[in-house]
Design a protein around this ligand. Structure first.
Ligand code: NAD
Length: 437
């Protein structure tokens, strides 16, 4: 099938390359010339494990191309995906649909023959109706169906997630669109991934409900972690103890500095706004948003407390900046608020991240970026592990201690066994850990 993917970002580029790998003929369209130039040179504009090889293979076999010419690409397509960003709208937190609407109009003008237009971006309920209206207004003769097909891939494991998803959700009431989407995803159904058809509005809401539920689960264990600290219980064991219950499940029960990234913060907020407009507030999610917002900065205070109550003039080494490992994505990363809180309290910050320092450079000020973990830790009064990159899991504690001014470790991801770190001569603070006797 001939597919056009409008928006070659984290979602569009991965989805486009994976569809090409399934044997479809794919053109990724983006308006960002610098991104297109890199892609045409075989370089990836984002860090995603396995992506470069996947793109290279499909480009060399002529199944994957990149272009800025939306109109020509769309004119020959069977299916056009809209995979542009839907960030929080400045001022009110609603999803900003200007990119989606803009693309819908451009696509509408270019349609030629029956085409399925699929919204892959995360969009509020009713956006499919708006996309349909915009296309019809731009091109009253157009023959098309608008489908919702939200994406559930996770950065860092995006290719595996796309190729072996727990499910594919497709929202449409149109038979021709349903047939086209079944054909498109047939390689996945052969892999036994369920393809779940529902109405368009239901599919749109399913994506927000999924993200809100996961954000709530993280926030739940974070609050239990705080309670553990007060009651001298261990959140790791509580999480294990509840996670073994099949009704609860063990995933997303890792206490930490609060959720960040390009999806959970904006999507929970957008759901709250949608629900308020529908006069049906989702109070659990409203509370989740507010707890998480306060949590990130409170992690800065946790580090200050671990340093004896003041960090003025002290050097704090931050290990990990991206919102999670295996991505260079810094959008809404907890590290931003944590570093800000420490700087507000007078600390000097040195930071190291295996791939995120370039993207972090544009967001953080007065941070000394180091070439490695040990360089960052030189003369530090404390180290704080903010992102659980694999290379932070087996630090040489003796070397680290010998470099630091004071051996204090704040492990916001609980990747260390506290006894081991304390035996290594450190003062150790985790999240929701029992006090060591
Ligand atoms: P992104 O910012 O990485 O990519 C968006 C791309 O769209 C950019 O390259 C931008 O240049 C391009 N673009 C914007 N307007 C355009 C236009 N008019 N024509 C052509 N290209 C245009 O965003 P992303 O992270 O890929 O997210 C895209 C959508 O997918 C969002 O709605 C997001 O919520 C959703 N989503 C993201 C993830 C994730 O992990 N990043 C997961 C699931 C769903």
């Amino acid at each position: 099938m001939k597919i056009v993917m409008v928006g070659a970002g984290y979602v569009g580029l991965v989805s486009g390359a994976c569809f090409a790998d399934f044997g479809h003929d794919v053109i990724c369209v983006d308006r960002d010339e610098s991104k297109l130039e890199l892609l045409k040179l075989g370089k990836m504009p984002i860090y995603e494990p396995g992506l470069e090889a996947l793109v290279e293979r499909n480009v060399s076999q002529d199944r994957l191309r990149f272009s800025n010419d939306l109109a020509s690409a769309v004119a020959g397509a069977d299916v056009v995906f809209i995979a542009v960003g839907t960030p929080s709208r400045r001022g009110d937190g609603h999803a900003d649909l200007s990119y989606v609407h803009g693309v819908a109009e451009e696509v509408g003008r270019a349609l030629n023959g029956f085409t399925v237009v699929v919204t892959k971006s995360t969009v509020p309920v009713g956006t499919g109706d708006a996309v349909e209206r915009i296309i019809a207004e731009a091109n009253p003769e157009a023959q098309f169906a608008v489908v919702s097909n939200p994406e559930f891939l996770r950065e860092g494991s995006a290719i595996e997630d796309f190729k072996r998803p727990d499910r594919v959700v497709i929202g449409t009431e149109d038979d021709r669109a349903r047939a086209a989407m079944s054909e498109l995803y047939r390689p996945l159904s052969l892999n036994a991934s369920p393809i779940f058809f529902t109405s368009r509005r239901t599919a749109e809401l399913t994506k927000y409900a999924a993200n809100a539920f996961l954000a709530m689960k993280i926030t739940f264990i974070n609050e239990i972690a705080d309670l553990c600290e007060q009651l001298d219980a261990d959140v790791q064991d509580v999480a294990r103890g509840i996670g073994m219950d099949g009704r609860i499940g063990s995933k997303f029960l890792h206490a930490g500095p609060g959720y960040g990234g390009s999806c959970f913060p904006k999507d929970t907020l957008a759901l709250v706004k949608t629900a308020q407009d529908a006069e049906c507030p989702v109070r659990l999610i409203e509370t989740t948003v507010s707890i998480n917002e306060q949590r990130k900065r409170s992690m800065g205070r946790k580090i200050i407390k671990a340093c004896g109550g003041s960090v003025r003039g002290k050097k704090i080494a931050i290990f990990g900046l991206t919102f999670k490992p295996n991505t260079d994505d810094m959008r809404d990363a907890p590290s931003i608020s944590i570093i800000q809180a420490l700087q507000d309290a007078g600390a000097h910050i040195a930071a190291y991240d295996p791939v995120g320092m370039e993207s972090a450079g544009g967001l953080l000020t007065d941070v000394a970026f180091a070439d490695g973990i040990y360089e960052a830790a030189e003369d530090a009064d404390a180290v704080a592990i903010v992102t659980e990159w694999d290379e932070f899991r087996s630090l040489d504690l003796q070397r680290l201690k010998s470099l630091m001014k004071t051996p204090i470790m704040v492990d916001l991801r609980n990747i260390y066994n506290s006894d081991e770190v304390i035996r290594g001569g450190f003062s150790y603070v985790g999240v929701g850990r029992a006090k060591t006797p």
